[in-house]
Design a protein around this ligand. Structure first.
Ligand SMILES: Nc1ncnc2c1ncn2[C@@H]1O[C@H](COP(=O)(O)OP(=O)(O)OP(=O)(O)O)[C@@H](O)[C@H]1O
Ligand SMILES: [Mg+2]
Length: 350
């Protein structure tokens, strides 16, 4: 079973959209796919048409009530199974605070079912707390979706630091395998600037033992497409909702990349990205968000956003609350992380 956590502590970058539609594409191709919703917002559960309140207790019950994962899985489509989430999951971090080995509960639970599936894809919440730690402990790979906007790479160092920490202490085979650019608009210099910053960052790690030393930018960019935003409210994947739109073809290509993406099979995906046009589907309701016109406007927009949304990084150390993560609590690793963040930013010319 190939196991992937889709993680970025930044909110709204395309994690859930990526999990739902990549899993949908793989399942339609006949692969047996399990997805896990580890976000108390339950967006993946809802996206797949499941009533989160009544049927979304699976992830909580596995983590907090030692439920058997086999009995909690919901068969939501042909070849697609979901371990659902609901708001109960908010309490998991507190309930597990004194449980020994709380970072590896999911990994242990998955042993029961790993032989039945070809792919496991986990939708992580927008934080680096215990739920994301459980995901990182249970998988071999991390996919990082990024929305290439101003400050897209803020907090990137902390994310890398967390993966490194889990890799060195809990899950030595953990690797960041891919970075997926979501809501990408190649007509803006901002998108291509962020892309080249990431390329530079990855280039600097080649040949090192960093978990992202072999990571690459997925050669398919997910274009901004209104159909992708509409599909969840109908409880449908993009292939069920609008199979002919750009969003559907982009996620088909991501699935193809995954299937062939073990080192040598990327030619087809690369061909597709060369053919990607940024013109949104010409449906009348298609909209594009206005692009900030100047750095000043971008800064103001980012300032407003950060005032409205608390930075999850600031709560990450608190959220660990773990004895085996005690360095984090003491701040030792936080310091390293800040330094690393600074180094990364310097490397990226920020
Ligand atoms: N390529 C796209 N084009 C247009 N809208 C998109 C695209 N990808 C995602 N969206 C929309 O953007 C919003 C955020 O996407 P999504 O929920 O996938 O992000 P997320 O990272 O999972 O967010 P959170 O951190 O809150 O879990 C959603 O309303 C989604 O429908
Ligand atoms: Mg989400």
């Amino acid at each position: 079973m190939r196991t992937i956590a889709v993680l970025n502590q930044k909110g709204g970058v395309g994690k859930t959209t990526t999990v739902a539609n990549t899993a949908g594409a793989l399942a339609e191709r006949g692969y047996r796919v399990m997805v896990i919703d580890l976000d108390p917002q339950a967006h993946l559960t809802i996206h797949l048409g499941v009533d989160a309140e009544s049927d979304g207790s699976g992830a909580y019950d596995v983590l907090c009530n030692s439920a058997n994962i086999k009995e909690e899985l919901l068969h939501v489509r042909e070849n697609l199974w979901l371990l659902g989430a609901n708001i109960d999951l908010v309490g998991a971090e507190n309930e597990l605070v004194s449980v020994v080995g709380r970072e590896i509960i999911l990994r242990e639970a998955l042993k029961e079912v790993s032989e039945f599936f070809d792919y496991l894809i986990i939708d992580c919440p927008p934080s680096l707390g215990l739920l994301s730690l459980n995901a990182l402990s249970a998988v071999g790979e991390v996919f990082i979706p990024i929305q290439p906007h101003f400050l897209a790479l803020q907090g990137f160092g902390k994310l890398m630091q967390t993966v490194t920490l889990v890799g060195s202490r809990i899950n030595p085979s953990l690797k960041i395998s891919a970075i997926l650019l979501c809501m990408y608009d190649s007509r803006t210099t901002l998108s291509s600037d962020v892309k080249s910053d990431i390329e530079q960052f990855l280039e600097n790690a080649r040949g090192t033992d960093q978990p992202w030393a072999d990571a690459e930018i997925v050669p398919i960019h997910i274009r901004r497409n209104i159909k992708l935003a509409e599909a969840p409210s109908f409880g449908k994947t993009i292939f069920e909702y609008e199979p002919a739109c750009n969003g559907a073809s982009d996620y088909q290509a991501v699935a193809e990349y995954l299937i062939g993406g073990n080192g040598d099979g990327q030619t087809q995906a690369e061909t597709e990205v060369a053919e990607q046009s940024d013109e949104d589907d010409s449906s009348p309701e298609a909209v594009t968000e206005p692009e900030p016109r100047s750095v000043q406007e971008a800064r103001e927009a980012a300032q407003t956003a950060s005032e409205q949304t608390p930075d999850p990084d600031e709560t990450a150390a608190f959220e660990y609350g773990a004895d085996d993560m005690s360095d984090y609590e003491r701040g030792d690793l936080d310091t390293n992380s800040d330094e690393q963040d600074l180094q990364n930013r310097r490397a990226m010319g920020e």
